[in-house]
Design a protein around this ligand. Structure first.
Ligand SMILES: NCc1[nH]cc(CCC(=O)O)c1CC(=O)O
Ligand SMILES: [Mg+2]
Length: 321
């Protein structure tokens, strides 16, 4: 035997010396759900140990994240039903929940990198990511609203906007408006290859944003497609995306690797709500070792080519590192 692969696995010292992928707090973007009210910390029913925070409690939470070494957040607002309409006008309200959440976070921890989700679904009476006309989700009118929404977020202090809607041409519309208004250093993390996934179920509970009719298959990608993901991603880069994203995570690691090999901008992966809930449920039943499986999954996502991971496990993970 000239070659024995097991020599490099003999003990933890040699294993750690040859390890190719290491998870650190720098890898994470922490999703945050915010709601109106005072002193609210509500657990999301389908996401054990994950919460919606009112802005007063959000301060404490972001300080805690910062102290754990987590330096980036991605904010989602749960909008009251009476503020929803077809055009999502509440999304543009300079005093809206999202805009106040951004200011709250920057007040609490000025160095925290604040990213905001840009899509109409939490603001839409139809629960769709775009404006609806005759049962169709209208692309071009929607991208103009998304650009204004992005401007409103950066005016509130957001560092990056993260369009998650999958309308065609919205990155260009956003980039042009931000440039025109002088926000030349505000970034765009585009959800470039976002699949029409059933793994988003718990998130839609968290924000009460499930589509009121139909599904999202006319704008989000077919899980069966691979080449289309490359096309979508290259297009977003041409339109000015600073960071591109693949979403969900685990089922799409082949896509992550291909995109990683094809582009030279950072690639983010969103390990989505359903991926979180699945492991929490199995762990609650005692069927899986929560911490070991969590770290294995995060390592696999990074090994596949993720430069950064938006994950509900961020806090759990860094506490173990
Ligand atoms: N457009 C909104 C949005 N932004 C992020 C997610 C999903 C995140 C998750 O499941 O954790 C969704 C839901 C959807 O597209 O229906
Ligand atoms: Mg696209």
């Amino acid at each position: 035997m000239l070659i024995r692969n097991r020599r490099l696995r003999t003990n933890e010292a040699i294993r750690s010396l040859v390890r190719e992928t290491i998870i650190t707090p720098n890898d994470f973007i922490v999703p945050l759900f915010v709601v109106e009210g005072q002193n609210v910390k509500e657990e999301i029913a389908s996401m054990p140990n994950y919460y919606r925070y009112s802005l007063d409690l959000l301060k404490k939470e972001v300080k805690e994240l910062w102290d754990l070494g987590l330096k980036s957040v991605l904010v989602f607002g749960k909008v009251a039903d009476n503020l929803k309409n077809n055009k999502g006008t509440e999304a543009l309200n300079a005093e809206g929940l999202m805009q106040r959440a951004v200011k709250t976070i920057k007040d609490a921890v000025p160095e925290m990198l604040v990213m905001t989700d840009v899509a109409l679904d939490p603001y839409s009476s139809y629960g769709h990511d775009g404006i609806v006309e005759n049962g169709q989700i209208i692309n071009d009118a929607t991208k103009e609203v998304l650009a204004k929404m992005s401007l409103s977020h950066v005016q509130a202090g957001a560092d990056f906007v993260a369009p998650s809607d999958m309308m065609d041409g919205r990155v260009k519309a956003i980039r042009e408006l931000l440039e025109q208004e002088g926000y030349v250093n505000s970034g765009i993390m585009s959800y470039s290859a976002k699949y029409a996934s059933a793994f988003y179920g718990p998130f839609r509970d968290a924000l009460d944003s499930a589509p009121g009719f139909g599904d999202k298959k006319t704008y989000q990608m077919d899980p069966a497609n691979r080449e289309e993901a490359i096309k979508e991603t290259l297009q977003d880069i041409e339109e000015g995306a600073d960071i591109v994203m693949v979403k969900p995570g685990l089922c799409y690691l082949d896509i992550v690797r291909e995109i990683k090999n094809a582009v030279s901008v950072p690639v983010a992966v969103y390990q989505v709500s359903g991926e979180y809930s699945m492991l929490k449920a199995a762990a609650q039943k005692g069927w899986l070792d929560h911490d070991a499986v969590m770290l294995e999954q995060l390592t696999a996502i990074k090994r596949a080519g993720a430069h950064m991971i938006a994950s509900y496990f961020a806090k759990d993970a860094v506490k173990l590192l």
